[in-house]
Write a protein that binds this ligand. Structure first.
Ligand code: NI
Ligand code: MN
Length: 227
C-alpha cells in the first residue's frame, strides 16, 4: 500500500491513500496555478487548515457535490454548518482522530484564520497525517516557530512547508524549519501563485541539500510523489 501526494498548485494537495482521496486546502477557483476544477474534482475527505480564502477555497462547493467529509478546527466546522455542509468532523489543536484513511492531528500554526465573510475562523492549524507508508506534516500558512522541533519528534517522512514569504515563512526560514523538524523529505508550497510570493525553488532546494539532512522534493503543479 502506498500513499500518493499530488500538488494541485498553491497550498492544495490531493492525497490518495487506503483507497480514499483526501484534499488539503482545495483552492481552484481564482487560483492561477490550479490544475483541477472544483466542478469535477473527486474527494472522500477535505481537510482545511485555516479560514483564509486561498485555503477554504472551493471546499463548500466540492463538499456539497461529493458529500466529502470536511475536517477542520471547531470554528471553521461551525461555519461549514451554516453553509449547509452536514458531513463534518471538528477537531482542534493538539487533538488527533482516527479516520478510515489514517490519523489526523491538528498542530499550531502562527498565522490568521478569518473566514471569507469575516466570520471568526478560530486559530490557524497545521496538519499531521499518519497514513499508509508514513507521516506527513503539512505546516499550512505559518511563520517559523521553535516548537516545530516537537512536531518533528513524531518522525516526519514528508514535511510540506510554505516558502513564499510575505504571508508565511520564506525560503531562509523554511530551511531553519527543516533543521528543527528533521524530516526525511521536504516539499515546498505557497509560492509562485502570484508575483508577491514568487520564489526560486531550485535555489531553495540547493540550500536544503547543503544545510540539512532532508531531501528536497520540488514539484510542478500536477506533479506527484509517494510516501
Ligand atoms: Ni492564510
Ligand atoms: Mn495562504
Amino acid at each position: 500500500m502506498t500513499t500518493k501526494i499530488t500538488w494541485l498548485g498553491h497550498s492544495s494537495f490531493q492525497i490518495e491513500t487506503a483507497g480514499k482521496t483526501i484534499l488539503l486546502d482545495p483552492f481552484f477557483t481564482g487560483n492561477p496555478s490550479a490544475i483541477l476544477e472544483a466542478a469535477t474534482v473527486e474527494a472522500d475527505a477535505i481537510i482545511v487548515s485555516h479560514g483564509h480564502g486561498d485555503h477554504v477555497g472551493d471546499t463548500v462547493d466540492i463538499a456539497k457535490r461529493t458529500g466529502a467529509l470536511v475536517i477542520a478546527n471547531f470554528e471553521i466546522i461551525e461555519w461549514m454548518g451554516k453553509q449547509g455542509i452536514e458531513n463534518v468532523h471538528p477537531q482542534h489543536i493538539g487533538g488527533a482522530h482516527q479516520y478510515d484513511f489514517g490519523t489526523v492531528k491538528l498542530t499550531i500554526a502562527h498565522h490568521g484564520s478569518m473566514l471569507p465573510d469575516g466570520s471568526n475562523g478560530g486559530s490557524p492549524c497545521g496538519i499531521l497525517l499518519k497514513l499508509d507508508g508514513g507521516t506527513i506534516y503539512f505546516a499550512a500558512d505559518t511563520g517559523l516557530f521553535y516548537d516545530m522541533k516537537l512536531i518533528g519528534e513524531e518522525g516526519i517522512d514528508l514535511a510540506i512547508l510554505p516558502i513564499g514569504d510575505n504571508f508565511t515563512m520564506g525560503p531562509a526560514d523554511s530551511v531553519k524549519a527543516t533543521k528543527l523538524i528533521q524530516p526525511k523529505r521536504v516539499l515546498p508550497m505557497h509560492y509562485n501563485t502570484w508575483p508577491l510570493i514568487e520564489q526560486d525553488a531550485s535555489a531553495w532546494a540547493d540550500q536544503i541539500r547543503g544545510q540539512t539532512a532532508a531531501e528536497p522534493v520540488v514539484l510542478d503543479p500536477g506533479g506527484s510523489c509517494s510516501l
